[in-house]
Design a protein around this ligand. Structure first.
Ligand SMILES: [Zn+2]
Length: 335
């Protein structure tokens, strides 16, 4: 691996990837294999045509389209192996992968069987030094009742590999307040709590997620840049933002939060948030769908002006805010 923007040290360091959607990581060649399994012939060029969007709703449409080909446990095993091979090329040794269990339930699939297939598919990679942990994810727009079913499924799967419950999807749909009992239940089961907030929604969505639901890491959260008091609060409480610059550029979240018509990656607020003392974990979100990799995101961070020391800090923070590793550190301290 080489890069004109990154030192060999940054490139070669092992990394953690904490905001990563399994269904957004399906490379065009694998999409073709999936569609072929279900009787639809497609070329990679056609898939690439589908993986192009001008805004967030168009991205959601493409996400729905690609997930419509995830129909049985073998499909999930196929894409998990593909993702694992990709992560090894990026020196990732620990990942928390978000799984759209809410979508599986909507499509009346058997999430337990899909999850079992994922565990089996990723097990050989654990031996190769890549640890997989899972986030069971509900879609906000499907409502609180559907979200509770995702939490219940996490309980039924009863796997230590499930570390957190999260909510993504359309931030402007259902009010945060509606999910109180869902997050209470998740906490009761010992799951960590995550939520996408301040991606397309305003800074108040971030505050609500923390204050009403006890969320421990915020997905995206770039809207914080619009609220200095919230920035202070995040820094004081050491609440991490999972920042995915390539995603923000491609979905239009960046121009939206900056209130501009055009923006480039250099305009991303990551440096301001980081230099304000807010923990930042750098991630890819949906790497195949946003044509990015973890290395590309480190290059993006370098383009924003982060120096070597700050890039090293980003690598460290990926491990520091990883749920399972934090638990291990606590346990190690208490023995
Ligand atoms: Zn996401």
């Amino acid at each position: 691996m080489t890069s004109p923007l990154l030192s060999d040290r940054i490139l070669s360091l092992p990394k953690a990837e904490l905001h990563l959607h399994l269904e957004g990581s399906i490379l065009p060649a694998t999409v073709c294999a999936l569609t072929a399994r279900h009787g639809v012939a497609m070329t990679e060029a056609e898939v690439r045509g589908r993986y192009a969007y001008r805004n967030f709703p168009e991205f959601i449409e493409a996400f729905k389209w690609v997930t419509s080909f995830l129909r049985d446990p073998q499909d999930y095993a196929l894409i998990a192996r593909d993702l694992a091979e990709h992560l090894l090329t990026q020196n990732v040794v620990y990942t928390e992968v978000t799984l759209s269990v809410g979508v599986m339930l909507l499509r009346k699939q058997q999430p337990e069987a899909n999850f079992e297939a994922l565990l089996r598919a990723t097990e050989p990679f654990e031996r190769r030094g890549l640890r997989f942990r899972w986030v069971f994810d509900a879609a906000r727009q499907f409502g609180a009742e559907a979200a509770m079913k995702v939490v219940e499924l996490a309980k039924r799967c009863a796997s230590k590999a499930i570390v957190a419950f999260g909510i993504g999807g359309d931030e402007l749909s259902v009010p945060t307040e509606a999910f109180r009992s869902t997050y209470d239940k998740a906490a009761e089961l010992g799951l960590h709590r995550l939520m996408h907030a301040g991606e397309t929604g305003g800074p108040e969505k971030i505050r609500e997620a923390i204050e009403l639901l006890g969320v421990e890491r915020i997905g995206h959260g770039i809207a914080a840049i619009r609220d200095p008091a919230l920035m202070d609060f995040l820094a004081e409480r050491r609440l991490p933002l999972e920042i995915c610059p390539g995603s923000n550029l491609k979905t239009g979240a960046l121009v939206l939060q900056l209130g501009r018509k055009h923006a480039t990656i250099e305009d991303h607020p990551l440096p301001k948030l980081l230099r304000h003392g807010i923990p930042v974990v750098l991630s890819t979100d949906d790497p195949a769908m946003f044509h990015t990799t973890l290395q590309t995101e480190y290059e993006n961070a370098a383009r924003m002006g982060l120096n070597q020391e700050e890039l090293l800090k980003l690598v460290e923070m990926g491990f520091l805010h990883a749920f399972d590793l934090a638990t291990e550190r606590r346990e190690a301290r208490s023995t």
